[in-house]
Structures are given as structure tokens and as C-alpha cells.
Design a binder for this molecule. Structure first.
Ligand code: PNW
Length: 495
């Protein structure tokens, strides 16, 4: 190499140093690119029983012994119910123009129904939204980020078809009361996690373990509830409010372990369909599940002696109703796994995991984070963006991306700084080099917060929160400054 030629720059030179794949790209994002950060109601608000809020499933789940690490709960969390103005000031200081937060359903409708509308809860979100606008920050609002009203959970939660109408009522009151100031709505955050972790593995609320059956019914109802809320907006609110309504899906990227082997490529594709396609194929393609899911689950069900498939079916009318009900693809992306065909493909017990006939794992060499499932694999994000784009041809908003560190007080959070630099750079490559239509990027999370079953033991925040101090002081980590600089430059400028 001639001495004058610029050298490739790598964020993780020891692990990811393929010049074609990993070399850092300088450049800027399209004009108007949306830079945001995110939180969720149960993870930050606290005030679990204040001002008329009803119980949610996570109140009950976290209060029961053994469900959450160290017995942590969201009772106080970041106390954002009282400190929301401080949160807005943090975003303002970072130069962020969008904020993704979620509404607590039982704070607005304490028993989940329109029988009792909690005006104090509505006032809280009105105040938050107004405070955001005063600071020139646009709200991107998630209707359901996992905190189901307990009264509805007691009636079967997402396994009871009645919840579809209850959710639609709740969505509609949100459109009515907040929609004049909210241009972007997300119906559901990560239905995959709700189904698989909540009703399949029992690791998340409501703690049910029916991984072979209930998971498919729960997802079926969520897809219908999403479609119904989208239609409600489309029929009655879109014209006046001019907003967009979408869904946020999560999943790892699945990389064929050996791209020269057909079976590995097929396995990776199959698992992408089992994760994303499960929801995205009905909503974005044709109102129905991916063929590979239908075929595999039907044949496994048959061999298990069942009369019909464990995967429910959509009627023709339902297919037409569900198809095309999302104005954008919300993507939450964190990590990557290798995939191969499963050597010990089994049908027993009936299980979501066995249904796919795929084996997945992560490479020991990949950098680790503070969460067991999260390996740091920047190039996986670019591949995932390309996959979503090729499959669904819709605008993509990255609604979450971020990294955890363990529970230590560390303001110079090097691993997080490297993570954001590397991952955001892969988004730039997807846009500039591959032509993927990505409209926005959202960092998870604005604050350290209640990380579900891990409680406060894993920190995802751009800001450190001291959970031992009743005042819950927030302190910017260095990653907040780094992210703020990327936002200011609208990308990466060689200095
Ligand atoms: C997402 N996993 O959840 C959620 O939307 C956030 O509320 C959460 O705090 C964030 O990612 C970080 O975890 C996930 O175990 C929870 O693979 C668990 C997993 C993935 C995503």
C-alpha cells in the first residue's frame, strides 16, 4: 500500500477488521433524518399506584417473589412521572428532535376499559407532550410497551380475543386526546417478546409457559389488534391529524454460519421468517403467515397427533383486513446469531423452538455487553436492514438500538461509545451504499431504567441514574455526548 493511501479505520479492529465489511465510512445522513432516544412507561415512570392508575401485569409480576432479579420493581424506577421535565431537558441538551416514549394503558384506563377514564393519567401525558413541543421535540408514541392492565390480564390477556376491542378502545382514546400533537404512533413494541417471553417462556409478565401453543394464539390476537387500531386511525383520524401508524418488531439478525452451504442459508432465512415474518408477513405482505411457518408448524402438529395446526389461520376477510396496515416498519435491533439447520430436529415437545428446525448461537469472539443475549455485532445491523428492505419495501424507522453495561458507576462508558459509533455507521452504510430506506434512528435508552426481569442490574442509558438516591439524579455519560455530536453533524465528519 502506498504511504499516501488512507488506511481503513475499524471501531473493533481486533474482531471486526474485514475491509469490505467493517471499514468505517465517513459521511452524512439524508436531510431530515430523525434522531431520537427512547424509553417505556413501566421502565421509567414509577408512580405505580398514584393518581388513579390501575395495576398493570408488570406491577403484579414484579411484586411476586422470584420473578425479577434482586426483587427489583418498577414502583419508583426513574420517577419520570414526577421528573419528566428533567428528562425533556436532557434531550434538549443533546439536541434531539424526537422522543419515543410509551403510554401506560392502565394509567389512562385503570381497568383497561372505557368504563373508567383516568383524567389524571391523561393530564400526565398531555403535560409531557406539551413540554416536548415547547422544547421543539416531536413525540413518537408507543401505545403498548408490555404493561397490560391487570384486569385484562386476569381475563386471559392477549390469549383472549376480547382484548382486541379493548385495545382498539384504548388506542382510539389516545388518538382523540393526544393525536393532534403526535405525528408518529407505534401500536405494539416487540410482539415477539410479549408472546415468547411472556406467554411462552414465562420469563416476563404474565409468566406463562406455553411455548408450543399459546404463543401462536397470542401473536394472532396482537396482529389483529394492531390492524384494528391502524384501521381506526386510518378511517377516523388520519385525515385530520395526518400522522403515521406503524408497528415495531424485534429480532436478531441470523447469519448463515457458512454462506456456501445451502442448508445454512435456508436455516437463517427460516429463522428470520419465524421472528420477523411471523408478524411482518401478514402486516406488510399478504395478510398471512410466511409459507415456511405454515408448512413447518402444520406438519409438526400433524406428527404430534393434532387435528389442526398449532398456528391459527386467518380467514380470507381477515387477510384482506390485516394486509397493508402499517405505514412504516419500526425495527428494534441489538444483536446477531449464527444459524444452521438443526442436527437434532425434533417435534417433541411441541415448541416454537422445535418448530423452526434451526440451531442458533453466538460467536465467543464477539464482544459482550451487560446482557447475556447481547453480543456486539455491528455488521449484523446492516445486513438486517437490507433484509427488511428487500422483504417489505417500506420505510424503516429504527425504534431501538443500544447496549447494556453491568451495574457499575461509569460515566466514561467506552463500550457504549464504541457500540454507537459502530452501529450507527452501519446504518449509514445501509443507506448510502445499499440504498435502504431508513428514516430514523432511536437510541435505547435515554436513561438507565428497569430492565424487565433483570431489574436494575443492566444499564442501557445514555444517562446514569442513581437508583439508591430517592431524587433519582441523572448524569450524562460520555456516550450521550458522543451521540449528541453525531446528531449535530448528522453523521460522521472527519475531524
Ligand atoms: C427491548 N432479549 O427488549 C425492549 O423494547 C426494551 O424495553 C428493552 O429495555 C430493550 O430491548 C433492552 O433489552 C428486549 O432477551 C428484551 O433478547 C429482551 C431481549 C431483547 C429485547
Amino acid at each position: 500500500m502506498a504511504a499516501t493511501e488512507p488506511r481503513d479505520e475499524f471501531v473493533f479492529p481486533d474482531v471486526f477488521n474485514d475491509p469490505d465489511r467493517d471499514a468505517f465510512l465517513y459521511g452524512t445522513f439524508p436531510e431530515g433524518f430523525i434522531w431520537s432516544s427512547a424509553t417505556a412507561s413501566y421502565q421509567i415512570e414509577g408512580a405505580w399506584d398514584e393518581d388513579g392508575k390501575g395495576l398493570c401485569n408488570w406491577d403484579v409480576f414484579s411484586h411476586a417473589k422470584g420473578n425479577v432479579k434482586n426483587g427489583d420493581t418498577g414502583d419508583v424506577a426513574c420517577d419520570s412521572y414526577h421528573k419528566y421535565k428533567e428528562d425533556v431537558a436532557l434531550m434538549k441538551a443533546m439536541g434531539l428532535k424526537y422522543y419515543r416514549f410509551s403510554i401506560s394503558w392502565p394509567r389512562v384506563l385503570p381497568d383497561g376499559t372505557l368504563n373508567n377514564v383516568n383524567e389524571a393519567g391523561i393530564a400526565y401525558y398531555n403535560n409531557l407532550i406539551d413540554e416536548l413541543h415547547r422544547n421543539d421535540i416531536t413525540p413518537m408514541v408507543t401505545l403498548f410497551h408490555w404493561d397490560t392492565p391487570q384486569t385484562l390480564e386476569d381475563q386471559g390477556g392477549w390469549d383472549n380475543v376480547d382484548i382486541i376491542d379493548r385495545f382498539n378502545d384504548y388506542a382510539e382514546i389516545c388518538f382523540q386526546r393526544f393525536g393532534d400533537r403526535v405525528p408518529l404512533w407505534i401500536t405494539f413494541n416487540e410482539p415477539w417478546i410479549v408472546s415468547v417471553k411472556g406467554y411462552g417462556l414465562g420469563e416476563f409478565a404474565p409468566g406463562i409457559k406455553e411455548i408450543g401453543t399459546k404463543v401462536y394464539r397470542v401473536s394472532h390476537n396482537i396482529i389483529k389488534a394492531h390492524a384494528k387500531a391502524w384501521h381506526t386511525y386510518d378511517d377516523k383520524y388520519r385525515k385530520v391529524q395526518c400522522g403515521k401508524v406503524g408497528i415495531t418488531l424485534n429480532g436478531d439478525f441470523f447469519e448463515p454460519f457458512d454462506r456456501t452451504k445451502k442448508a445454512h442459508v435456508y436455516a437463517a432465512e427460516t429463522f428470520l421468517q419465524f421472528c420477523f415474518g411471523w408478524f411482518a408477513h401478514p402486516i406488510f405482505v399478504n395478510g398471512d403467515y410466511p409459507e415456511v411457518m405454515k408448512t413447518k408448524i402444520a406438519s409438526k402438529s400433524k406428527s404430534q397427533g393434532l387435528e389442526s395446526s398449532r398456528l391459527p389461520e386467518f380467514s380470507e376477510a381477515e387477510k384482506a383486513y390485516v394486509k397493508g396496515t402499517s405505514d412504516f416498519f419500526g425495527l428494534n435491533a441489538y444483536t446477531t446469531q449464527y444459524a444452521t439447520d438443526s442436527q437434532d430436529a425434533s417435534s417433541h415437545p411441541p415448541s416454537y423452538w422445535n418448530d423452526a428446525d434451526v440451531k442458533t448461537w453466538q460467536d465467543d469472539k464477539w464482544p459482550k455487553a451487560g446482557s447475556i443475549w447481547l453480543s456486539v455485532v455491528p455488521w449484523g445491523l446492516r445486513r438486517l436492514l437490507n433484509w427488511v428492505h428487500d422483504q417489505y419495501h417500506v420505510p424503516i424507522y429504527i425504534t431501538e438500538n443500544g447496549v447494556s453495561t453491568s451495574d457499575v458507576y461509569e460515566l466514561d462508558d467506552q463500550p457504549r461509545q464504541k457500540f454507537y459509533r459502530a452501529y450507527i455507521n452501519e446504518v449509514l452504510k445501509a443507506i448510502k451504499l445499499d440504498g435502504v430506506d431508513v428514516r430514523g434512528y432511536t437510541a435505547w435508552s435515554l436513561l438507565d431504567n428497569f430492565e424487565w426481569a433483570s431489574g436494575y442490574s443492566e444499564r442501557f442509558g445514555l444517562h446514569y441514574v442513581d437508583f439508591n438516591d430517592p431524587a433519582r439524579p441523572r448524569t450524562a455519560k460520555k456516550s450521550a455526548r458522543l451521540y449528541s455530536q453525531i446528531v449535530k453533524d448528522n453523521g460522521f465528519v472527519k475531524k
